[in-house]
Design a protein around this ligand. Structure first.
Ligand SMILES: [Zn+2]
Length: 89
């Protein structure tokens, strides 16, 4: 299967930020807003397609994840702030 690894990192970052950051306690976290935030962040990041078997651990990509993390977090935060102010519902 082919996955966009950037998308995996975005989803992980987003889940972590919404769960742990008190700044985002009050914002809407419905499926629509989560999807909008994910899409917006991904549009500003370069996709990184990898092939993987279902359930495989992405160990070999962890160093890459580390490099990308700061960039991804910055885009996810921008997307959260935009969508929470302009929800599409
Ligand atoms: Zn919502």
């Amino acid at each position: 299967m082919v996955i966009n690894y950037t998308e995996e990192i975005v989803k992980n970052c987003l889940t972590g930020l919404l769960k742990n950051d008190p700044a985002y306690k009050e914002i809407c976290k419905c499926e629509q807003c989560i999807d909008d935030i994910t899409a917006k962040a991904l549009n500003n990041l370069k996709p990184n397609y990898i092939t993987t078997k279902k359930g495989e651990v992405y160990a070999e990509y962890s160093s890459l994840e580390f490099q990308h993390q700061a960039e991804v977090i910055a885009e996810v935060i921008k997307a959260i702030e935009f969508i929470s102010k302009h929800p599409s519902h």
